[in-house]
Design a protein around this ligand. Structure first.
Ligand SMILES: Nc1ncnc2c1ncn2[C@@H]1O[C@H](COP(=O)(O)OP(=O)(O)OP(=O)(O)O)[C@@H](O)[C@H]1O
Length: 632
């Protein structure tokens, strides 16, 4: 280790982030203090955590705190903590690179639109680098707990692409960050101003944040430092306070401090569970906007775990199931051991109890939104509905509660907005209807115009239109609601139960006789492609459609599986024909081109399903040939 000063370059992404941040977050510049205080608090949490196994790390000072000072003459603000500190290598690594997962996706999503990008940066987490929004030079002096006094490090940068590191002596462990302010940032050089930013953004920090006390000085007609320290925040954990002591604004600010979100959350639930099998406090939030990596089931950054106010870990994914990965918040257990590891969490009965209880609280919060604040629920559903749907399959114990929270597009509302609940649907069921009908497709439009819907339209029966990727999977776990079976319109013989009248049943019998020979010929001709051919009353406009048999898998699901690179069972669909349609009537008398007609009808039915043709050129050739037989 040499005492030499070394100059190193920032990782490219850091340069990009710095540039973006300085430009797009300027109107929000006060957040730099929140970020630095939050890092200081994290550093103290880390020290406390490591000291559980090695008390000597406290050296002679276990009174953890954060101090904020300013110097008008030097034009600096200094934030000091006596937390874990940084070694030289850690300073180079943590203050010169971005090690976050999702970094690549984040940079890929930037659009150049300042407002949108600012939001995205907020979600990504601005952190230490936000110091450069207000500073033209940042100096970090630090020593890691446990290292000798001469192994301190001084890191400096002007935020222009390079930084320097050099070894220093530092008596106190921890980190001291000094910002030299840019020319037009003088308003920050005021005790009053800094205090107001701290109470606004950092009041929830559980450690004391101290500033030098100032008093009015008659002589100079201004505030004067007294030399005494005072604590400017409440310095107890927000979640440990009683609900009546916490204002809505404080709840919201706390959310922002733990979530990388600039917006207020949609809702929160704050609970103390006592006297039962486990004792814990939870403060859980639903954000108003989905993060950019919501789709990744492994991205669980939501829940911070504390044990008796001691921070244990971020993203404690054992505490929330994957389908609620959008929930943010804090859980503080009174029962878990302080040295709990992720492995222990996995097996702990206490953790299971906390998780089950927390899931119920979140579902309760969603039910409350759905009932009492439907507009907010709509926002929630649009952002997170698709993820919540995973719960239908993942969480059997709560399946009924989750089912009630689902919202769908439907033929009743006739828009792509997902607003119809299963209870709404059941409330509108027709006399004699005993099933909940749905159709699945790749898009809302494909579902809406699906030939399978024709008879339902004719009879005025509502059908749910499903086009999210998770829908098929979800439906395989949801067979009924409120005692009514969920039935795909594209599966099985069309059983409309009592919705079908006697006359229709008779007509069907009659045409089945009439088409007996035609059906046989079709089955022979398409024997490699279909399981069966039959007549149907489900169609009014289309000549033919494909359906799956009751146990079979719909063509749509087969396609999804194939796209996902999975094996789809090789079951064949059933070709259903509309006996009223002139093209089908024609088959009874067609002599020369029967094969071409049948193949075209099959291909058309495949296309109408949203499927792809095995032999598109063959389809074009046959169609053109038949077109040419039409006389001009
Ligand atoms: N006061 C400090 N004491 C010790 N280490 C620090 C301090 N401030 C920052 N660090 C280290 O630098 C790293 C980078 O900080 P930065 O704020 O950029 O990101 P983060 O804290 O990991 O994430 P975010 O701030 O977005 O939550 C931290 O993870 C931490 O290891």
């Amino acid at each position: 280790m040499g005492a030499m000063k070394e100059t190193l370059g920032f990782q490219t992404e850091v340069k990009q982030l710095l540039h973006l941040m300085i430009h797009s977050l300027y109107s929000n510049k006060e957040i730099f203090l929140r970020e630095l205080v939050s890092n200081a608090s994290d550093a103290c949490d880390k020290l406390r955590f490591e000291a559980i196994n090695d008390a000597s790390l406290f050296e002679s000072d276990s009174d953890l705190k954060i101090r904020v000072q300013f110097d008008k003459d030097q034009r600096t603000i200094t934030i000091t903590d006596n937390g874990i500190g940084l070694s030289r290598d850690e300073a180079v690594e943590h203050l010169g690179t971005i090690a976050k997962s999702g970094t690549k996706e984040f940079f890929g999503k930037l659009s150049g639109d300042q407002k949108k990008d600012a939001e995205l940066i907020g979600q990504f987490g601005v952190g230490f680098y936000s110091a450069f929004i207000v500073a033209d030079e940042v100096k970090v002096r630090s020593r890691r707990a446990g290292l000798p006094i001469d192994q301190g490090v001084e890191w400096t940068s002007k935020g222009d692409g390079e930084f320097t590191v050099e070894a220093i002596e530092k008596a106190e462990r921890g980190t001291e960050i000094t910002l030299h302010l840019k020319a037009d940032e003088d308003e920050l050089l005021s005790g009053w101003k800094l205090k107001s930013i701290l109470t606004r953004y950092s009041d929830h920090i559980s450690l004391p944040i101290q500033m030098v006390k100032e008093e009015w000085d008659e002589e100079s007609g201004g505030m004067k430092a007294t030399g005494e320290w005072e604590t400017v925040n409440k310095a107890n954990a927000l979640w440990a306070r009683s609900k009546s002591e916490v204002t809505e604004e404080q709840y919201n600010e706390f959310y922002k401090s733990i979530s990388f979100d600039f917006q207020d959350p949609l809702a929160h639930t704050h609970n103390k569970v006592e006297g039962g099998a486990s004792e814990y406090t939870s403060l859980l939030y639903i954000p108003a906007k989905a993060p950019f990596d919501l789709w990744d089931r492994n991205q669980q950054k939501g829940i911070k775990l504390y044990v008796k106010r001691v921070f244990i870990m971020d993203d404690a994914d054992q505490l929330m199931p994957a389908y609620l990965r959008f929930v943010k918040g804090v859980i503080d257990s009174a029962d878990l051991p302080l040295n709990v590891s992720r492995e222990i969490l996995q097996e702990s009965r206490d953790v299971r109890l906390i998780r089950d209880g927390s899931v119920k609280k979140v579902l309760g919060m969603l039910e409350d939104l759905a009932t009492n604040q439907p507009e907010k629920y709509t926002t929630f559903w649009n952002e997170f509905g698709q993820v919540l749907k995973e719960g239908v399959g993942d969480d059997q114990a709560n399946r009924d509660r989750i089912a009630k929270l689902l919202r769908f597009a439907s033929t009743h509302t006739d828009t792509a907005d997902q607003t119809v609940s299963l209870a709404d649907y059941v409330g509108r069921m027709k006399e004699g209807q005993d099933k909940i009908y749905y159709v699945t497709a790749d898009t809302y439009t494909a579902a809406k115009y699906s030939p399978h819907l024709e008879v339902f339209k004719k009879k005025g029966v509502e059908v749910l239109l499903l086009s999210d990727r998770v829908d098929e999977w979800m439906l395989s776990h949801l067979s009924e609601f409120d005692g009514k079976a969920l039935q795909s319109c594209a599966k099985g013989g069309l059983d409309l139960g009592q919705l079908e009248d006697e006359q229709e049943k008779e007509t069907k019998k009659k045409v089945e006789g009439e088409f007996k020979d035609v059906l046989k010929r079709i089955e022979e001709l398409l024997k490699d492609k279909i399981k069966e051919a039959r007549v149907t009353l489900r169609l009014t406009d289309s000549p033919a459609c494909l359906v799956a048999d009751e146990q079979g898998m719909s063509e749509h699901l087969k396609r999804l599986l194939k796209q996902a690179g999975q094996q789809a069972p090789d079951t064949k669909p059933i070709l259903e024909l509309n006996p009223e349609h002139p093209l089908i009537q024609r088959l009874k008398i067609e002599k020369n081109h029967f094969d071409e007609w049948v193949n075209i009808l099959f291909d058309q039915a495949t296309l109408a399903e949203g499927g792809q043709l095995e032999d598109p050129a063959g389809f074009v050739r046959r169609l053109n040939m038949l077109l040419l037989t039409v006389k001009a």
